[in-house]
Design a protein around this ligand. Structure first.
Ligand SMILES: *Cc1c(COP(=O)(O)O)cnc(C)c1O
Length: 404
């Protein structure tokens, strides 16, 4: 009855009718948002516990980011890299400083940052390390998620992501995640890089054993290859530090950044590395029409400035402990596994109770939006502006879903 006069069901049907079904969205139709809250076409409010897979670390429509976007829209939006614009140098310098690196190469999507990292590592391998032509290989981890291009899905171990998209790009060796001996054994004289997520987000917020990342760093240094950290989802405050690698004091040779770098407004990604690495690229060898455009740079400069205060990293670390305590209290009460780093959590629901999808549907009905990953695992990644009370609200709703 009530459904007949609501706009949501019709809007859900329309959205499904006119798109390829490469996603299976929850049946909510959002029309506005602010901070940690979303509002649907019927005026119902939802607490956002996904934050655009960490693209919305600073919440929806953060005033400082929106102001920067508005101001830039009124002045200049695109030049292409054929000309230099007045936002470019500040963006590159401030991001390089945040990363502690010499140089930045801006792109748009995360997948493009990963592709850039792969291309740079291969060129570095041939030109600096002296690998024989066409022989470079890169070691990657099982359970990885680095994006959706044909090269990237070539070394995915998720059959949904990979099957029927071949022929696959050669030059990648897959080893178990978290196993340092297996990684070291996979390296040969043609290995140019190790490409890893310091925490595997899509896999369910999988944190490697302590000592693994420092071990990878050491092996890469000893064997003369590049450690490429895909911090597209884990970086920029999500885990309670600027980078997930910071938890173990590890500095990779290349940071791959994306998602939150665009402030939830525009796609912005980047590779940050020192001059001995990014310096291998010469004019004409790599590029992007929209990469480093004025609007992207204007927003991303403010993102870097928000991070430079340390406030978001602190919030994430402190509130993350509250989230951890609440979730660990649900172990044995419907949860069989919990992994938390800052405001980032992977929860394994007892598969006998319900699937992750069912849990997310029930949470949505209670005004909390989260996303399942694999099977009965769901991920919580609220905007870092979320409050203690809002975390408690999400925990209460989760407890009731699990108890029902
Ligand atoms: C999301 C993500 C990507 C891909 O980013 P897109 O912007 O969707 O291309 C790559 N790596 C990691 C770790 C991600 O989470």
């Amino acid at each position: 009855m009530v459904d007949d006069i609501l706009r949501t069901p019709g809007a859900v049907r329309d959205a499904e009718r006119w798109t390829a079904h490469n996603y299976h969205p929850l049946p909510v139709v959002i029309s506005s948002a602010e901070g940690a809250w979303l509002t649907d076409v019927d005026g119902r409010r939802y607490l956002d516990c996904l934050a655009g897979y960490s693209a919305l670390n600073f919440g929806h429509r953060h005033p400082q980011l929106i102001a920067a976007a508005h101001a830039q829209l009124d002045r200049l939006t695109l030049t292409s890299r054929a000309f230099i614009h007045d936002q470019f140098a500040d963006f590159c310098r401030e991001l390089a400083e945040l990363c502690g690196k010499d140089l930045v190469l801006p792109m748009n999507t995360g997948a493009e940052a990963v592709e850039t990292g792969i291309k740079v590592a291969r060129k570095w391998g041939y030109q600096v390390k002296g690998v024989a032509a066409g022989q470079a290989n890169i070691v990657v981890a099982e359970g990885n998620f680095h994006g959706r291009t044909t090269t990237i899905v070539s070394f995915s171990t998720d059959e949904d992501a990979r099957a029927d998209f071949g022929p696959y790009t050669p030059g990648f060796t897959v080893v178990p995640y978290g196993d340092l001996d297996a990684l070291a054994a996979a390296i040969d004289e043609n290995t140019v890089a190790v490409l890893l997520e310091p925490i595997q987000g899509e896999q369910g917020v999988v944190v490697p054993p302590e000592g693994y990342l420092p071990g990878v760093r050491q092996v890469c240094t000893e064997r003369n290859l590049l450690f490429i950290a895909d911090e597209i989802q884990s970086g920029l405050g999500r885990t309670g530090e600027t980078f997930a690698c910071d938890h173990e004091g590890v500095v990779p040779d290349m940071y791959l950044l994306g998602k939150a770098l665009g402030g939830g407004i525009v796609p912005v990604s980047a590779v940050a590395a020192n001059a001995d690495v990014l310096g291998v690229l010469k004019p004409g060898q790599h590029g992007s029409t929209f990469g480093g455009n004025p609007l992207a740079c204007a927003v991303a400069i403010e993102v870097v400035r928000l991070l430079a205060t340390g406030e978001f990293q602190r919030r994430s670390a402190e509130l993350g402990e509250r989230l951890r305590a609440g979730l660990e209290g649900l172990l044995g009460k419907g949860l069989v596994g919990v992994r938390v780093r800052g405001l980032w959590a992977g929860l394994d629901i007892d598969p006998a109770l319900m699937s992750g999808r069912e849990a997310c549907e029930r949470l949505a009905a209670r005004g909390v939006l989260a996303k399942d990953t694999h099977g009965s695992t769901i991920r919580l990644a609220p905007p870092l502006v979320i409050t203690e009370e809002e975390i408690d609200l999400a925990l209460t709703q989760l407890a009731e879903v699990l108890a029902a």
